[in-house]
Design a protein around this ligand. Sequence first.
Ligand code: CA
Length: 366
Amino acid sequence: MHNCRTRLWSSQISRIVLVSMVALLVTACAGLQTLLSGLTVTTVASGLDIPWALAFVPDGRLFFTQRNSGQIRVIVGGVLQPTPAVTLPVCCASGEGGALGLTPDPNFAANGFLYVYYTHTQTGVPRNRIERLIVSGNTATRDLILLDGIPGSLDRHNGGRLKVGPDGMLYATIGDTNDTTLPQNAGSLAGKILRMTLTGQVPPDNPFPGSLVYTLGHRNPQGLAWDRSGALYATEHGPTSNDEVNHILPGRNYGWPIIVGRGGNPAYVDPLFLFFPETCAPSGATFVTSNLIPEWNGDLLFTCLRGVHLHRLRLAGPGADLIVQSEALYANVYGRMRDVAVGPEGAVHVSTSNGGGADQVLRIAR
Ligand SMILES: [Ca+2]
């Protein structure tokens, strides 16, 4: 009964149509074996230490950051290369900092550019930086700092997800650095989602003229994903549960710390999905845009750290704010999960985040 109960988030019930509630109940109480039958989970790489971000490039290679060591590693043809592509001068892994987001340039095949977000020490103070690397072979060279001096923390909430959107702009999630005065301060980059050009400039169509700030009022957002229509969704850690999935709209305020969970105040955007009273601690997110696993095609997948599972949400349609299915996958099987990405051939890849050199990159396919 416990499993059945935990898959029915009480605060979601009013938002889910009756038919979907029944479907959810049937799915949860029948167990996951039927749904997951035919899916195989393969270990692509093991012996890792907190692989934080997974970045596929068009030729199928998988680059990833290892948070604590600052290494960027690469998997070629299913084989982890023994030598890091590059090692970054990171700090603050105990405060959720280190080598965090990683994403390729849309023209990676031609220019070899990767963008990385990492925490470092700047004149003795923890700061976050967004930097461009150039990949040649399986080696990366540090090339250009796009943005430096982003507020950082020795303590926690360094944010860190970095992705290029369908509009060709670079988006970054910035945590509140455990300082609740910053997310509502439009002049601070902390507690924000930023949007910039691929050289770190303010795009002329950003919502606040002259500012990189795209949205404000965030606590510790760590996942970004665009659906087929180009709508952007983000995951965010709440305080003591209240973890959120938000539909991200330019210039809007997502409430923290004024609003916790749903406030019903039109000045702030309420989460479209809320974990309460359960905790997910959500991190990486992606939409599935492949039919390799047809029952997940079009769905939003995101990882849960403390919640120790991969979460699947089906929205009512592209750009929707209505959830019609919600499911915990592989609960308590692989421990904490950090990032999820779909490879060029359509397989879902997930990284674990248990530390101690025991982490894996997993490949889920049919
Ligand atoms: Ca919020």
